[in-house]
Design a protein around this ligand. Structure first.
Ligand SMILES: [Fe+2]
Length: 358
């Protein structure tokens, strides 16, 4: 078996060569750091800064290439044009290769990017999170690519139900029944594309099933649902909870984990555990309050000490935004700890209350 790491060791320069939308290698002009200072150590740091800026631009471009790709696929599907599978495979391979090396940039984009139609972000994000879970399950390269592809295309059937998902109003019973047909449409569409494997088709058909038999379209249970579908259903729900929809607001990453845990009979518990291990108790971008009452955002997880991530402190204990935000590594500052996680509602009222009280 060829491992991804072996390929990269031999051909590091080819890491992203298969992507049709090749990311730019240089950062935009305004992000180019100042000329490096003369001493060797400073020159080394300047080089790292430059490479990091370049890397970030590359991740952004790769993520945006996925948004553009799924937009074209969904629009093409509405007009009965088959998806460009080679280009799609090339994109997903780039994503899984980056995730394999523990790149957290895609997770940042997962939480922060919003597209004009939430379906585009949803499908890119579900691909990323499905592959991330696959990594946690020890999948090899081809399994990662397949589960990532399945996550990317899982809702392709939505292209055949009009724009019902974009409605802000409550759907009628008839409209909701129509939406519930999208798994069957999706499986049919994917069956018509040459080269799409059976497991990917199964995911489109089964990702709304639930392991306790309460899902649709067939009410399948446990092992009757494919493993990839049991992965994608968790990635799909987590993504939906952590992003706004026209008819409801998102909840925080921490609350989304709690919600999944409380709905555990619906999901494969071993796969859910893998997701929680991967994301941490306080996932990236969660808002937390420390025992000092300062409020900040989790920016780096600590797998060894999940209760002690790195936090970007943005508001002080009086609720005022800091002029110079601080970065606190809780695994090094033992006098500080997380007192509680804050949802978006808590955060707004917490800061408002403090400002009014000051
Ligand atoms: Fe779906």
């Amino acid at each position: 078996m060829v491992r991804i790491s072996d390929i990269f060791k031999k051909h590091p320069q080819e890491r992203h060569s298969r992507a049709e939308h090749k990311p730019k290698e240089e950062p935009p002009k305004e992000t180019i750091p100042p000329p490096p200072p003369q001493d060797a150590n400073s020159m080394h740091i300047a080089k790292i800064i430059k490479e990091t800026a370049s890397d970030n631009a590359r991740y952004d471009n790769l993520y945006l290439a996925g948004i553009q790709l799924i937009k074209e696929i969904l629009t093409g599907t509405e007009q009965s044009k088959p998806a460009d599978l080679d280009r799609t495979r090339a994109w997903i391979e780039n994503i899984t290769e980056s995730l394999f090396f523990n790149d957290k940039e895609f997770l940042r984009l997962f939480y922060e990017y919003a597209s004009e139609n939430y379906m585009y972000t949803h499908m890119v994000n579900t691909a990323i999170m499905s592959a991330e879970i696959g990594l946690g399950l020890g999948y090899n390269k081809s399994q990662l690519n397949e589960v990532g592809l399945a996550g990317f295309l899982h809702d392709i059937g939505m292209a055949k139900v009009g724009n019902l998902q974009m409605q802000e109003r409550r759907l009628t019973e008839a409209e909701y029944s129509r939406i519930k047909e999208h798994p069957v449409y999706g499986a049919d569409i994917l069956s018509g594309i040459k080269g799409v494997s059976e497991p990917v088709i199964y995911v489109a058909r089964q990702e709304h099933e639930r392991v306790n038999g309460t899902g649709y379209p067939r009410g399948l249970k446990d092992g009757e649902i494919s493993e990839y579908a049991r992965i994608v259903m968790i990635a799909d729900v987590y993504e939906a909870l952590t992003h706004n929809r026209p008819y409801r607001k998102k909840i925080s990453a921490h609350d989304a984990i709690k919600e999944l845990i409380s709905s555990h009979p619906l999901f494969d518990s071993a796969i859910l555990k893998v997701l929680i291990n991967k994301l941490g108790i306080y996932p990236l971008s969660s808002w937390v309050q420390l025992n000092s009452n300062d409020i900040g955002k989790v920016i780096i997880n600590n797998n060894e000490f999940p209760l002690r991530p790195v936090v970007h402190i943005l508001f002080d204990s009086t609720g005022r935004r800091l002029r110079e935000p601080q970065i606190v590594n809780l695994s090094k500052q033992f006098n500080l700890f997380i007192k509680r996680a804050l949802g978006y509602e808590d955060l707004a009222s917490e800061i408002k209350e403090r400002l009014e009280g000051s």
